[in-house]
Every structure is written in structure tokens, then in C-alpha cells.
Design a protein around this ligand. Structure first.
Ligand SMILES: NC(=O)c1ccc[n+]([C@@H]2O[C@H](COP(=O)([O-])OP(=O)(O)OC[C@H]3O[C@@H](n4cnc5c(N)ncnc54)[C@H](O)[C@@H]3O)[C@@H](O)[C@H]2O)c1
Ligand SMILES: O=C(O)C[C@H](O)C(=O)O
Length: 349
């Protein structure tokens, strides 16, 4: 999970270089990496705007395509003035979607409505399922080989929707479709390091399952560095990680859900995918097609490489508390998966 370090280094370098000469600024881009076109769909939104900026700062990105139903020309003009190498183009409205996607190596999807207080992620299904279906249909048509990072909620269902759409078009490659659960990992790392006074850059906590309530299962028994946790501490850390999204939704009081921390997490995961594509294998948690449990989609550690998912890693040993959490999440996760599958292909059993 070294990706977060390199984004942090990149941000630091960018801030420093902004105060220096243009020649020094250009040094932050790598000339040896291949060209990589990345699209953000939903780029004018709360996540899309800061995520677009972070991708513009990433030297692995050479071409940045910002798509939304409206508002993207302004966002693209703004981001394009940042003095890093990536070219930036903004596309607004469906007529421009094909151009936005053509030639993409990676498509990141934060398009769709966010929660308001009192809503579950599943309450977003009605609107977001159709948005994701439409965007994935266009991906199948215009950049079928691209990796897809799904951020739109409910992730537990939108990833199966994407898989079914790609199957319908004969373009499905399970190694290339990811539900982005990095924010759960980011939260677990933060809460664990704060509670135990650990340097957060050295902390890792795998988070498995899915991305909603009890389906989010942080594995503090596998956290590193390893420190003693009481049962009460484990329960509190687990609950806070599971409820992290709701904590932000409530604090924003009707003005949406996590955007800035999600943009950060989305940028970390996108960078990890790009590194993998460029042959730098690395391990991240993500919600992918999986056979390590009896569920067809499951989040766990995966090894990223040139083809996307090179390997889905086994869960490893779980504490009794985590084992119970695993059993408890299966029914909800299975039903969210089925709901996604049925949305595209109602006869699915
Ligand atoms: N996976 C995660 O960990 C995670 C974290 C935070 C938020 N989310 C989810 O991300 C989604 C976006 O959140 P946000 O706060 O950015 O919302 P937002 O409303 O601020 O932005 C969403 C954007 O999507 C655009 N959009 C709508 N339909 C579109 C379409 N057909 N094509 C392209 N763009 C379209 C909107 O115009 C808007 O600009 C929500 O579903 C939210 O629940 C996921
Ligand atoms: O909680 C939400 O609705 C947004 C996102 O899934 C999150 O975890 O912050």
C-alpha cells in the first residue's frame, strides 16, 4: 500500500515546486512512463472536482478527460492551468461521452447522487443504478479494455451492475472492474493510528467485505504495526470504520457525503492501478469478482498488475470477532449483489 505515500510525496512536491521556477515544476513529471489516459465521469461533482485535480498532479497521468452532464468546461479550464504535464479536456453532455472515453486506460466513476442524513447507500440505488448502467454501456462501446474504478454508491450493487453490462456487450474482464473501498482503509488506518498513537504512514489495516454498514469489515487482528487492543477498542474501531460515511453525512447536514477524503482515497487507488498497468505490482484492498468466499463479489486484498487484478488474496486468519462479522455481512452483501445483477438482467438467478 505504498501508493498513498507517493501521492503524499507528489502533493508535497507540487506545493513546493509551485513556488519555484516552471522548469523545476516540470521535473515532477516522469518521462519514462507510458502515456496513460484517465477519465473521471462525474467530474464536476463534489468528488469529481478534487479528484480531477489530484489526477492532474499525478505524473503517471498524461491525458486527463473530465466528463459530466454539465459544468465540465469550467472545471477543465480551471484544472488545466495547473502546471503539471497532463493535458486536460472537459466534456459535457452525452453527445461528448464517446470522445471523453476514447483511448482511456482507466475510467473513474464518481457520477451519481450522494446520501442525505437518514438515508442508506442502498436508497441511492434508484437513481445511481441507471446512471452507472448508462456510463458502463458507453465504456463497453468506446474503451472496452480500460480499468474501471467504481465509486458511485451503492458500490455493493453498482459493481455487479457494471459486470452485467459488460457481459451483455461481450467485453467483461473481471480483472478490470473494481469497487473503490480505499476510503474504508484510509479511515481504519486513521482511527487506529490516532487511538494507539502510531505514525499513520506506517499503519496498514486491511478492510474486507463490501462498502456499506456491517458489510465493511476492518481486520484489526491483521493491522500493522501490531499493538494490543482490548475487545472494547476493537469494537469501537470497527463500528467507527463501518459508520465513517454516516459520520460525514451527518456532519454535512444535508450537503452531501464525503468528497475530499474520497477524492484522496480515489486518487490513491487510481495511482495504484496505473502503477500496476505500468508493471509495478502492488497490493490494495478492493471490491472485485472473487471466489475466496461464497459471494461472487467481495472486497479483499488484491495484487494489481499489468492486467488489473493479477490475484485475489485469501483472507488470512481472522479473530472470532471478525469471523462472526464475516458471517453476519454475507446475507446483506449477497442481496445487494443480486439487486445489481437483477437490475441489468432481471431473469438472473
Ligand atoms: N465509494 C466510496 O467510498 C464513496 C465515497 C463517497 C461518495 N461516494 C459516492 O460517490 C457518488 C458521488 O458523490 P458526490 O459527493 O461527488 O456527488 P455530487 O452530487 O457532488 O456529484 C455527482 C456528479 O455526478 C454527475 N452526474 C450525474 N449523472 C451523471 C451522468 N449520467 N454522467 C456523468 N455525470 C453524472 C452530477 O452532475 C454531479 O456533478 C455518490 O453516489 C456517493 O454516494 C462513494
Ligand atoms: O457514506 C456515504 O454515503 C458515502 C461513502 O460511501 C462513504 O463511505 O463516505
Amino acid at each position: 500500500m505504498a501508493a498513498r505515500r507517493s501521492v503524499a510525496v507528489l502533493l508535497k512536491r507540487s506545493v513546493v515546486s509551485a513556488a519555484k521556477s516552471p522548469a523545476q515544476t516540470r521535473c515532477i513529471s516522469s518521462s519514462s512512463s507510458p502515456r496513460r489516459k484517465v477519465a473521471v465521469l462525474g467530474a464536476a461533482g463534489g468528488i469529481g472536482q478534487p479528484l480531477g485535480l489530484l489526477m492532474k498532479l499525478n505524473p503517471l497521468v498524461t491525458d486527463l478527460s473530465l466528463y459530466d452532464i454539465a459544468g465540465t468546461p469550467g472545471v477543465a479550464a480551471d484544472i488545466s492551468h495547473v502546471d503539471t504535464t497532463a493535458t486536460v479536456e472537459g466534456f459535457a453532455g452525452e453527445a461528448d461521452l464517446a470522445k471523453a472515453l476514447k483511448g482511456c486506460d482507466l475510467v473513474i466513476i464518481p457520477a451519481g447522487v450522494p446520501r442525505k442524513p437518514g438515508m442508506t447507500r442502498d436508497d441511492l440505488f434508484k437513481i445511481n443504478a441507471g446512471i452507472v448502467k448508462g456510463l458502463c454501456t458507453a465504456i463497453a462501446e468506446h474503451c472496452p479494455g480500460a480499468l474501471v474504478n467504481m465509486i458511485s454508491n451503492p458500490v455493493n450493487s453498482t459493481v455487479p451492475i457494471a459486470a452485467e453490462v459488460f457481459k451483455l456487450h461481450g467485453t467483461y474482464d473481471s480483472r478490470k472492474l473494481f469497487g473503490v473501498t480505499t476510503l474504508d482503509v484510509v479511515r481504519a488506518r486513521t482511527f487506529y493510528s490516532v487511538l494507539k498513537g502510531l505514525p499513520v504512514r506506517e499503519v496498514n489495516v486491511p478492510v474486507v467485505g463490501g462498502h456499506a454498514g456491517i458489510t465493511i469489515l476492518p481486520l484489526f487482528s491483521q493491522a500493522s504495526p501490531k499493538v494490543q487492543l482490548t475487545d472494547e477498542e476493537i469494537e469501537a474501531l470497527t463500528k467507527r470504520t463501518q459508520d465513517g460515511g454516516t459520520e460525514v453525512v451527518q456532519a454535512k447536514a444535508g450537503k452531501g457525503s464525503a468528497t475530499l477524503s474520497m477524492a484522496y482515497a480515489g486518487a490513491l487507488f487510481a495511482e495504484a492501478c496505473l502503477k500496476g498497468l505500468n508493471g509495478v505490482e502492488n497490493i490494495q484492498c478492493s471490491y472485485v469478482a472473487s471466489d475466496i468466499t461464497n459471494l461472487p463479489f467481495f472486497s479483499s486484498k488484491v495484487r494489481l498488475g499489468r492486467n488489473g487484478v493479477e490475484e485475489v488474496l485469501e483472507l488470512g486468519s481472522l479473530s472470532d470477532y471478525e469471523q462472526k462479522g464475516l458471517e453476519a455481512l454475507k446475507e446483506e452483501l449477497q442481496s445487494s449483489i443480486q439487486k445489481g445483477l437483477d437490475f441489468v438482467k432481471p431473469q438472473h438467478t
